[in-house]
Design a protein around this ligand. Structure first.
Ligand SMILES: [Zn+2]
Length: 336
């Protein structure tokens, strides 16, 4: 069947019908909001490279947690900046480390908010790499026990889910085994299954103070040109016991999100990373783009590509826009 019988414009005629036939929807429930915690007191410090994103000391967390909860965002992803760093990232798995303390504080404010912790060593090591370093080489197997130990200490502090981001081989399996051995067999793992060595992480390194002191991360994070390898990486995480899969970054990797979506049936997260966020902020500030429309289009695109959930610095803004739209939609009379 073709024109004039088929006229696709019939379904675009007014806001109500466009709303009705929308194939992809964003809801607050789609989002995980990343949060940075720092030692100290009375700190709510804007991250220079990420306007409107802040680092919080523990005493400033409750107010932020209440706002996130009020916006109906179901989960946060927690990153910690420790007071001291060393070769083996001891503060990452310290019983009273910054993330462990933050988990306890957040759970006190709202025990229903899902607290996901980023599990990695790079914010805690003096060399800024995600594993143990020997002769300027990032050692895979010796890193696994420390990464698993970090995940366990987050679980013991009360985290609801752990998210390993280091890209060492075998880390999901190592974490799963240690969690199970210690009575946390019900605690899910969201694996950064497909994490590329990306230029889009630039602003994050500002936020988390985790730039590598030598070399780069290309011998453990993935080569941006590779898509088939993404499926191999994901298959390994599934075998090792991952519960939620992730592709990071999102915007330049929509094809990878789609490919992982089609091949695997576990829930899929996409990380809309710091550079993707900062880029839109900067363009909007210059007046080159309509901020709200651009953000919604990007996030809808990530969902349309196949992501079930999105980790995004835009989460709070979007949740509040969706609230506004809902109020508007509900107050529009049925006939007019
Ligand atoms: Zn790392």
């Amino acid at each position: 069947m073709s024109f004039p019988n088929q006229r696709p414009r019939r379904l675009r005629g007014n806001p109500a019908i466009r709303r009705l036939v929308k194939e992809t929807r964003l809801t607050a429930g789609t989002f995980i909001y990343p949060l940075f915690v720092v030692p100290g007191h009375g700190i709510k410090k804007e991250i220079p490279s990420m306007p409107d994103q802040f680092q919080y000391s523990l005493d400033k967390l409750p107010q932020e947690i209440e706002e996130i909860s009020r916006l109906d965002i179901p989960a946060i992803l927690l990153f910690g900046i420790p007071s001291s760093k060393d070769d083996v990232g001891s503060e990452a798995y310290a019983k009273n480390g910054i993330v462990q303390e933050a988990v306890r504080a957040i759970k006190k404010t709202n025990s229903d908010l899902l607290v996901v912790t980023d599990v990695c060593l790079c914010e805690y090591t003096s060399h800024g790499h995600c594993g143990v370093v020997k002769n300027e080489k990032i050692e895979n197997d010796p890193s696994l026990s420390l990464i698993a130990k970090t995940a366990l200490s987050h679980a013991e502090a009360g985290a609801d889910m752990v998210a390993p981001s280091d890209m060492m081989d075998g880390r999901v399996g190592a974490i799963r085994a240690l969690l199970d051995k210690n009575g946390f067999s019900d605690l899910p793992i969201m694996a950064y299954s497909v994490k590329y060595a990306s230029a889009f992480y630039g602003p994050f390194r500002d936020a988390a103070g985790s730039a590598p002191q030598f070399g780069d991360r290309k011998n453990y994070q993935m080569e941006p040109a590779n898509a088939r390898e993404a499926l191999r990486e994901t298959a390994l995480d599934v075998e090792e016991g991952a519960d939620i899969l992730m592709v990071k970054p999102a915007l330049a990797y929509l094809d990878v999100i789609r490919a992982v979506r089609e091949k695997f049936d576990l829930p899929l997260a996409a990380y809309n990373v710091s550079g993707e966020y900062a880029m839109v902020k900067a363009a909007a500030e210059k007046g080159s783009l309509d901020y709200r429309k651009t953000v919604l289009e990007i996030l809808t695109g990530i969902r349309r590509a196949g992501a079930d959930l999105i980790i995004s610095y835009h989460a709070k803004e979007v949740a509040s826009w969706l609230e506004e739209e809902k109020i508007q939609a509900e107050t529009v009379p049925a006939f007019h």
